[in-house]
Design a protein around this ligand. Structure first.
Ligand code: GEK
Length: 243
């Protein structure tokens, strides 16, 4: 893959009509810059996923990277679990993202880049399932069902990595966190115009849950150990283990 990183200017010009956000070619072309400047701690999240892979990937099993975008998490997993006999199934329903994944090293033959809706992905014999900032894009009523299927498809000792943007139950706290998060984006070089247009574009596209909703759901589904291993502003990541 061409690792040259193009700068995200998708929302830099004033738009007469801000359309709902899409993972199209324009976004895919700048996605690496967009996500690393928009998600506080994105690189650390990837490093943590690699660390989990080193510990939890079981020989003979499968790893699912659901909503893989440019495949960064799969690449880190492949690096950390090298030499083990296992497969990675990396899924995204954006043809533009998967086209770019297909440009990664052909030597990564244990990764299947698949253009598919993750709601159609059959999960079985999994030792690790990654939902790194993806669940928040599914319609809320469909989240529980997907997580249940993931739980059923995980082997004993398998893990789910769930990273998400969260919303706060208390409106004042939520406003404070939005203010802090926008401040973070400014430190990453985004203008007020870019921040507000992107926020409008994501309205009704990225629908965050609360921390309580995440925890209740993971517990109800049956995950035995749930750790919140990461937090930065309104972003969290859980490591959930099936005994
Ligand atoms: C990373 N995990 O770099 N089916 C398949 N893919 C979907 C669906 C769906 N129903 N809905 C959304 N996506 C990545 C980052 S980005 C997060 C994940 C973000 C895909 C969508 O096309 C996009 O590529 C990805 O989920 C979300 O570790 O942009 O904030």
């Amino acid at each position: 893959m061409n690792r040259k990183i193009d700068k995200d200017r998708v929302f830099s010009e004033r738009l007469s009509n801000v359309k709902p956000f899409e993972f199209n070619e324009t976004v895919a072309n700048v996605f690496q810059d967009m996500i690393s400047r928009s998600v506080p701690g994105y690189e650390l999240l990837l490093r943590m996923i690699g660390l989990y892979a080193g510990i939890f990937v079981q020989p003979g099993s499968r790893v699912f990277d659901l909503g893989c975008s440019l495949g960064e998490a799969s690449l880190v997993i492949a690096d950390q679990a090298r030499g083990r006999d296992y497969e990675i199934v990396a899924v995204d329903n954006s043809p533009a993202m998967i086209a770019k994944c297909n440009q990664h090293e052909p030597l990564l033959e244990n990764i299947e880049w698949r253009c598919q809706d993750i709601r159609q992905t059959e999960i079985s014999n999994a030792s690790m399932v990654v939902l790194n900032l993806t669940l928040q894009f599914l319609p809320p009523v469909e989240r529980q069902k997907l997580l249940e299927r993931i739980f059923q498809g995980l082997n004993s000792g398998g893990i789910l990595v769930l990273s998400e943007k969260v919303v706060f139950e208390d409106a004042v706290e939520n406003e404070r966190m939005v203010e802090l998060y926008q401040g973070f984006k400014k430190t990453m070089g985004y203008s007020n115009l870019e921040i507000s247009q992107k926020r409008n574009a994501l309205e009704n596209v990225l629908i965050p849950d609360t921390e309580r909703q995440h925890l209740k759901r993971l517990e109800a589904i049956g995950f035995n150990e749930i750790y919140q291993c990461f937090r930065s502003f309104n972003f969290i990541s859980y490591l959930a283990i099936k005994k």
